[in-house]
Design a protein around this ligand. Sequence first.
Ligand SMILES: Cc1cc2nc3c(=O)[nH]c(=O)nc-3n(C[C@H](O)[C@H](O)[C@H](O)COP(=O)(O)OP(=O)(O)OC[C@H]3O[C@@H](n4cnc5c(N)ncnc54)[C@H](O)[C@@H]3O)c2cc1C
Length: 381
Amino acid sequence: MIRFSDEQIMVRDMVSKLAKEKVRPIAIEADRKHDFNPELLKILHENGLLGLLLPIELGGGNADLTTCCLTVEELSSVDGSVGISYATHTTGLFFVVDWTTDTQKKEYYEKVSRDGAYFGVALTEPNAGSDAASIKTRAVRSGDQYLISGNKVMITNAGVADVFMVFAVTGPGERDKGISAFIVDRDVPGLSFGKEEEKMAMAGSSTRELIFDNAEVPAKNLLHAEGKGFEIVMSEFMKSRMLVASMALGIARGAFEEAVRYAKERTQFGKSISEFQGVQFMIADMAMNIELTRRMIYTTSEYIGHERVGKEVAPYAAMSKCFASDMAMKVTTDAVQILGGYGIMKEYPVERMMRDAKVTQIIEGTNQVQRIIIARDALRR
Ligand SMILES: Cc1cc2nc3c(=O)[nH]c(=O)nc-3n(C[C@H](O)[C@H](O)[C@H](O)COP(=O)(O)OP(=O)(O)OC[C@H]3O[C@@H](n4cnc5c(N)ncnc54)[C@H](O)[C@@H]3O)c2cc1C
């Protein structure tokens, strides 16, 4: 029902095929082992997905936000862990596309297109989650470098990424006005990584702590200007929240497809369970909610587009992320219900999808935080 461009359809169909044929088998195994499989990076790189945002002349796809959302949706429809990992990489690249100088772009675009560099984004700290302006990680200028000290927790791709967008305080006591953003290569002296977190969900993605102990980051790796970090991260949240919304949509769609397939195959009381109205109504509600969410996401992603965006789109990105993730939680729970006891068994993917859906209600600003943004806007009008 939504009209996509020829390019968007081409990428979506290519990723859909890739997800089903190559990603799904690896993903199921990664969830069981609670381990990110580096083979996925190879697959994503070989198929041009790591550089989707890059200019055509560098072998990229010059993709817009909608294309990125379609890609995340397709990957997440087979596995949320690949979805979160790839969405985080894409968010990291959005910072580079939108906020770096030509020299910085040249260096990091080349790292992606030539070496398949993978990105992570490090904002959250042990005592600063929803209240991101209260981060304590400190960056002090020392000659031609910054010395960064502090800890970042729950960082997706921490064990596999080559480059991190890192947020640290350069102006203590100034809260959001004192935060700066840096591009940090994983091998800078003074940066180390904590143990792999054991997670209930997104178990096939890497989540670790980043430990900065006077980490030496070249001054040229500052993004934009000192004190602009919070403005930068808030601006990119509009796009990254759309990626999380697409992740939720993909997870819900994957669970829905499994539930429909199962309902047609399973027989009870001498009939296919798909003939029972109680099951049909659940399927109808799932289909409606998925379709509504799809329209919300892709209308918003087209509106947000490809450029740097202003605060006016914040409530729409928040609505998409919040609605899509709540919808995914409901749809995946109902999918488990349709599979009955088998829905709980690891042999079927819906229990994994239900676990993964939960994460989408928490990351990139919890759904309470999204509701604050939406309500504030509604009350201001
Ligand atoms: C799998 C996973 C991957 C992640 N990846 C990354 C990553 O790559 N990079 C990164 O920087 N972070 C990452 N995070 C961290 C994530 O962004 C935070 O968990 C999230 O922002 C919430 O912060 P918190 O966990 O500290 O919860 P808190 O902020 O402590 O919130 C706890 C509870 O209080 C509620 N709450 C807080 N403030 C308010 C308020 N004002 N009004 C109402 N309710 C409120 C919250 O909604 C929540 O229910 C990841 C987390 C997970 C689980």
